[in-house]
Structures are given as C-alpha cells and as structure tokens.
Design a protein. Structure first.
Length: 193
C-alpha cells in the first residue's frame, strides 16, 4: 500500500509557539506511522489581509496559489490551531480565506479543501486546551469550505508544561488523543491514495 501524503502546519508563526510544537509532534508521529509528511510554516507564505478590492485589482497573491497547489498534492492536512479570544488566529483565517478564492475552471468552490482529509488540534496555556477555537475551526472547514474533517481532535491544555525534552506530551490523555487522531488520519487518507 502506498504511503499517504500529509501536509502539516501551525496557524502560528510566533517563535516558541506551542502549536508549532504540536505540529512537529504530529508530523513525527505520522512519519512513525509511515506517512509521507510535508511540514511547512505559514511564514513562508505571506499574504496581505484579505480585501475584495485588492483581489479584483491585483488578483490572488502568489503565496496563496503555491499553498493551494501544495494542499492539492496531499491526501491529508493537519492544522495546529492556536486559540485567540476563543477563535482561530487572524493569520490562519486570512490564509484560509485567500486559498478559498482560488478555483480553476471546472473546479468546485474552495477546491483546495475538497478530496482530502483534514485533522485539527490545539495547544493552549489554558485548562481547555484550545477547544473553543477548534469548534470555530470545524465550522470554517466543514460548513464554510466543505472540507472532510475527521471527528478526532487533540487538545493540549497547560501547554507551557505539556511538552517534554523530546517534544512528546507529558499528559497521557493528550498523547492518547494525538495517537487516535494520527491513526484515524492515516486510515482516512490511505483510502485516497
């Protein structure tokens, strides 16, 4: 059986981001499960704040085109979603908005979000592990963009103390959620290889 290709990134570009640590851990676990993983930083795909007038005058930024193509080269996508004021980061929302504007002739709306499997997780210094932001992200991906999103999520509470020196999670419950998510993402993406 061919190995599924899975794209992994964080909705944060902040130095020392716990969600970037979570993305790294998910990428590591996916590789251990024989996935072909591509891990990126949104810092490498800069885009201006979405503006319909700018889109009409200048078109969609080249970074959005590159990221859309990259997403379409993968059967699965994992996004680590930081929670800002009970929602996702402006960076992540802006990125999704720009990519959703790209549709080649014959493609459905929000084409980059179709025919692949998405999974999400969050690390937060709070006790809830970013669950409120993940609920909003589910709405954006499933309802807004029509993406197939697995039901399993990983939430990492108290993120400042959550990771050990090897980048693994100290909390057994969080690690079990992560492992369940990885297995489900592998299973669902293998069906698309």
């Amino acid at each position: 059986m061919r190995h599924p290709r899975i794209l992994v990134f964080s909705g944060s570009i902040r130095g020392g981001s716990y969600n970037t640590q979570l993305a790294a851990l998910v990428a590591k676990q996916l590789v251990l499960a024989d996935a072909d993983v591509t891990r990126i930083s949104l810092a490498d795909y800069p885009m201006p704040l979405y503006d319909g007038d700018q889109e009409r005058e200048k078109g969609v930024p080249e970074a959005a085109h590159k990221l859309k193509r990259l997403m379409q080269e993968h059967q699965g996508v994992f996004i680590a979603c930081p929670e800002y004021n009970t929602a996702i980061t402006p960076l992540l929302k802006n990125t999704l908005d720009w990519i959703s504007r790209l549709n080649d002739p014959g493609e459905p709306p929000a084409a980059a979000f179709k025919n692949r499997v998405f999974a999400i997780g969050s690390a937060s210094t709070g006790a809830l592990g970013g669950i409120r932001g993940l609920i909003g992200m589910r709405t954006i991906l499933e309802v807004g963009l029509g993406a197939l999103l697995i039901p399993d999520m990983v939430m990492v509470p108290n993120a400042a103390e959550a990771f050990d020196d090897k980048g693994d999670l100290r909390n057994e419950r969080s690690m079990a959620l992560l492992n369940t998510l990885v297995k489900r993402l592998i299973t669902e993406t293998q069906a698309r290889v």
